[in-house]
Ligand binder design. Structure first.
Ligand code: SF4
Length: 519
C-alpha cells in the first residue's frame, strides 16, 4: 500500500505538500495519508477513471463513506418529509438563483455599492492568483504570521492555505472536519463533510500524531475528539488578529454576507479578530434579504438533515466597537463567467454547496470524493469543474468528469435548487464530443459508427438479433456472461456481467404471436 501511495505521489508531481515520510509511517499508525495537496486544486492530474481505480482499492475509506452517506441521507429524508411545501421551496430557490444568474452583473454592482456604503472594502479577482495576492497583501500589512479560517470551498479552490504557507503565514482551519483534513495533509472529499472518508479511530490517530496539545489518554468518542479540538482551537481564536471566511450567500440589496455552520467556530472567526477577509465566488449572490427565508430552510435540511443551522451569522460592512473593524470582500471569478456564458451549463452556478447530490449518488458513494481529482467532487463537481476550467479537450483529465455518472437522475431529485445535473452531464458530453471531432477515430468512435449502421436498419437489427443467439452457450448457470477476453468486449465485461441473450428475440416473438393469432 505504501509503495502504491509513493507511486501515486510521484505520478501526480505533488507540490508543495508532498507526502512526507512521516505521513507514510502514519499508515502504520492507523491512518493512511489521504490525497496529497496538488498544485491546482481544481485539476489534480488524473482522469476520473484513474482516480476511481485508486480509491476503489481503499476498502476502509469505502466503508467509512457508505456508513456516513447512509446516515446523512436518512436524516435528510426525515427532515424533508416533514415539510409540506418542500417542492414549492425548491421551485422558489431555483427561480431566485436563475433570476440571479440572468442579472448577475447588475446585482454584483449593487452588492459592491452596498458593501462599500457600510464600510467594507470590495476587491475583484479574476483568478486564483489574483485572489490569493489580494488577501496576502492585506494580511502582510497586518504583520501577522497566522490567521484563522472558517471552512470555505472558495479558498480550497484557490489553494489559499498553501499560498500563504509558502510566504510564511499559517492559516488554521477551525471547522473540525476541515481541521482533520488539514492535520493529515489531505484534500477534502466532500463539500460539507470534508473528512467523510475518515472514521473516528483514524481521527484519534491523526490528532495524536499531529495535534501537539492532544490530551493524553484521549478516547475515540466523538465528544472527546470534539473537546480536544475545541481546546486546541480556542487559543487560536483568542490570539488571531485576522480571519478568513467564505460566504454561503451575499445579499445584493443590503450588501450583507452570511455563514451557515454547525460548530460555532465560524461565529468566533467572524466576531473576534480585528480584520475579516471574505473570499466569495461571484455566483453566491441572492437579490433580496427575504430570499434567505427560502435558503435557510433548504440548506440545513439538504446538507446535514437539520431543521436549521445551529449558527447562522450575518454581517454587513463594519460596526464601530462591534466585531472586526476592517472588512475586505474579495469577489472571485476563476472561470465562473465562462460557465455563465453557456445557457445550459450555467445552471450549475445555482449550486448552494449542500452536498445532497453527493450523498445520494451511487458513483460517489463507491469511489469517494478523491476520485474526482478536483476539490469539487460528486455530481456537482462533474458538471462544475470542467466548465470552470473549460476542460473539453480529451488530453485534459478534467474532461472525463461528465462521464463519471450513470445518469440515474437521483442527484436532480435531491438537489434543493433543482439543478438538472443529468441534462447538463449529457450537454457536456456533447460538447466534449464536438470539441474532439477529427483525427484518428478511437475504438469507441468505430464501435458507435458500426452500431449506428445496425440500429439504423430493421433488417440489420433482425440479423444482429439472430447472430447473438449462440452467445447463450457461453453463459453460466446463472444465465450471465462474465469476462470475455476479446478486444472491446473485454473492456465492458471486465467490470460487469452481461445477461445471456433470450432464446427468442423480440422480433421472433412478435412474428410467432402474429402467426398464432391468425391461426
Ligand atoms: S448541485 Fe444541488 S444538491 Fe449538489 S451540492 Fe449543489 S445545491 Fe446541493
Amino acid at each position: 500500500m505504501i509503495d502504491s501511495l509513493r507511486n501515486l505521489a510521484t505520478k501526480l508531481k505533488i507540490n508543495p505538500s508532498e507526502w512526507s515520510e512521516k505521513d507514510l509511517e502514519a499508515a502504520e499508525l492507523g491512518w493512511y495519508p489521504g490525497h496529497p495537496i496538488p498544485e491546482d486544486p481544481l485539476r489534480w492530474g488524473q482522469t476520473f477513471q484513474e482516480g476511481a481505480h485508486e480509491t476503489l482499492r481503499n476498502t476502509q475509506m469505502r466503508r467509512n463513506l457508505g456508513y456516513a452517506t447512509t446516515k446523512i441521507r436518512t436524516k435528510r429524508g426525515t427532515r424533508v418529509d416533514e415539510m409540506p411545501d418542500w417542492q414549492a421551496l425548491r421551485d422558489a430557490a431555483s427561480n431566485i438563483k436563475r433570476n440571479t444568474m440572468a442579472h448577475l452583473p447588475e446585482l454584483l454592482e449593487q452588492f459592491e455599492a452596498n458593501v462599500t456604503a457600510r464600510g467594507g472594502i470590495v476587491h475583484w479577482a479574476r483568478d486564483a492568483e489574483e485572489a490569493n495576492q489580494i488577501a496576502y497583501s492585506i494580511i502582510k500589512e497586518k504583520n501577522v504570521d497566522e490567521v484563522v479560517k472558517v471552512k470555505s470551498m472558495a479558498t480550497q479552490e484557490i489553494n489559499f492555505n498553501e499560498y500563504l504557507a509558502k510566504r510564511g503565514i499559517q492559516a488554521w482551519e477551525t471547522d473540525l472536519a476541515e481541521m482533520i483534513v488539514q492535520l493529515s495533509n489531505d484534500m477534502p472529499s466532500h463539500v460539507v463533510v470534508p473528512a467523510i472518508h475518515r472514521n473516528r479511530a483514524e481521527v484519534k490517530a491523526i490528532f495524536e500524531a499531529r495535534m501537539g496539545d492532544a490530551p493524553p489518554n484521549m478516547g475515540n468518542e466523538p465528544r472527546e475528539l470534539a473537546m480536544a479540538a475545541r481546546a486546541h482551537l480556542r487559543k487560536k481564536f483568542l490570539s488571531a488578529k485576522v480571519a478568513i471566511s467564505g460566504s454561503n450567500m451575499g445579499i445584493a440589496e443590503t450588501g450583507t454576507l452570511s455563514v451557515f455552520e454547525s460548530e460555532g467556530n465560524g461565529r468566533m472567526c467572524l466576531t473576534l479578530p480585528e480584520t475579516l477577509i471574505t473570499i466569495m465566488g461571484i455566483e453566491k449572490l441572492v437579490p433580496r434579504y427575504q430570499d434567505i427565508e427560502v435558503f435557510s430552510q433548504l440548506l440545513p435540511r439538504s446538507a446535514t438533515g437539520e431543521r436549521m443551522n445551529p449558527y447562522t451569522s450575518f454581517w454587513t460592512g463594519v460596526t464601530p466597537g462591534d466585531g472586526p473593524q476592517e472588512f475586505h470582500l474579495i469577489l472571485l471569478d476563476n472561470g465562473r463567467s465562462k460557465v455563465l456564458a453557456d445557457p445550459v451549463g450555467r445552471e450549475a452556478l445555482k449550486c448552494i454547496r449542500c452536498g445532497a447530490c453527493m450523498n445520494i449518488c451511487p458513483v460517489y458513494q463507491h469511489v469517494g470524493g478523491h476520485a474526482y481529482n478536483s476539490v469539487y467532487p460528486g455530481p456537482i463537481g462533474a458538471i462544475l469543474t470542467p466548465q470552470l476550467l473549460g476542460a473539453f479537450d480529451h488530453h485534459d483529465p478534467a474532461s472525463t468528469l461528465p462521464f463519471a455518472s450513470s445518469l440515474c437522475g437521483a442527484c436532480y431529485e435531491a438537489c434543493p435548487v433543482q439543478i438538472d445535473i443529468p441534462t447538463i452531464l449529457v450537454h457536456l458530453r456533447h460538447r466534449y464530443t464536438e470539441e474532439n471531432r477529427g483525427g484518428i477515430p478511437s475504438i469507441w468512435d468505430v464501435g458507435m459508427k458500426a452500431t449506428s449502421k445496425i440500429m439504423g436498419s430493421g433488417k440489420n437489427m433482425a440479423a444482429a438479433g439472430k447472430a447473438i443467439h449462440p452467445a447463450r452457450l457461453i453463459a453460466g448457470s446463472d444465465r450471465k456472461i462474465g469476462h470475455i477476453p476479446l478486444p472491446i468486449a473485454q473492456n465492458w465485461t471486465h467490470v460487469r456481467d452481461i445477461p445471456a441473450p433470450p432464446a427468442q428475440s423480440f422480433r421472433e416473438w412478435w412474428k410467432a404471436r402474429d402467426k398464432e393469432e391468425q391461426e
